[in-house]
Design a protein around this ligand. Structure first.
Ligand SMILES: C[S@@+](CC[C@H](N)C(=O)[O-])C[C@H]1O[C@@H](n2cnc3c(N)ncnc32)[C@H](O)[C@@H]1O
Length: 236
């Protein structure tokens, strides 16, 4: 608690009515990387207590729509002037059927557009204090977000995914790169210095789940140069 009292972003969140200091991370990400647009439909994964819901619903405005999902129930009532309607549900992102999330979007969407424009994930595992374990649990949550993109994210849509950095980060980034036109890692100023968190931002969803292209079993991994057969070590 003492650390929080001293913390600039904690005090600012109290003063400005945000439910947590995490609000300033999304504000900075959006200001720098232009993720949220007026009218967007946004899915916020790991949304409790709800500060990203506050930020996203103001930024997409009255014509937008925001759904927040978290393992914990979100108790706050999000009624704000000039902001999008917010709906929340207590569920595990890894288990909830896509249809249940899409059914929460307002009716009357044009065919094919009834998907999300943006998926945000600030999901974090219950940390153990062991950086390697925490990193791999965080990677699993990030993979779950990418797994859901084919069913939930519209073509051209964007993702923002929190990850605790470590050895599997390059593979996660490579998978994201296979799914989006542009990918960047971003560390907002509001992230605590001692935290290993970074936000992986993917813009311009191109489809698919980012699985690497399978290599055919009968295909040689490398094309060998044609020419004289090697004499090997015997000829030296
Ligand atoms: C750092 S908090 C999110 C803070 C939030 N962005 C805000 O601004 O208020 C991380 C949240 O991820 C949630 N979470 C972790 N695993 C999840 C899962 N599998 N499905 C849904 N939520 C999950 C946790 O319950 C926790 O509330």
């Amino acid at each position: 608690m003492a650390r929080e009292i001293r913390d600039h972003y904690f005090r600012r969140a109290k003063k400005e009515g945000y439910l947590s200091r995490a609000a300033y991370k999304l504000i900075e990400i959006d200001e720098r990387r232009k993720i949220l647009t007026s009218g967007d439909r946004v899915l916020d994964c790991g949304a409790a207590p709800g500060s990203w819901l506050q930020v996203a619903s103001r930024r997409v405005g009255q014509s937008g729509f925001v759904i927040g999902i978290d393992l914990k129930p979100i108790k706050h009532s999000f009624v704000m002037p000039h902001a999008a309607e917010v709906r929340t549900l207590a569920a595990d992102l890894r288990e909830i059927p896509a249809g249940e999330l899409l059914a929460l979007l307002p009716a009357g969407s044009a065919a094919g557009s009834a998907l999300f424009d943006v998926i945000l994930s600030d999901m974090a595992p219950d940390t153990t204090g062991d950086r390697t374990i925490d990193h791999h649990q965080s990677i699993r949550l990030c993979e779950a977000v990418l797994d859901r993109c084919p069913d939930l994210l519209k073509s051209g849509g964007h993702v923002v995914i929190k990850v605790l950095e470590g050895e599997a980060y390059p593979d996660l980034r490579a998978r994201t790169r296979r799914m989006f036109d542009a990918v960047k890692g971003f560390k907002p100023k509001a992230s605590r210095n001692e935290s290993t968190e970074i936000y992986l931002i993917g813009k311009g969803y191109t489809g698919g789940d980012g699985a690497p292209e399978p290599v055919a079993a009968d295909e040689p991994a490398v094309e060998l140069p044609r020419g004289k057969p090697s004499t090997g070590w015997a000829g030296r």
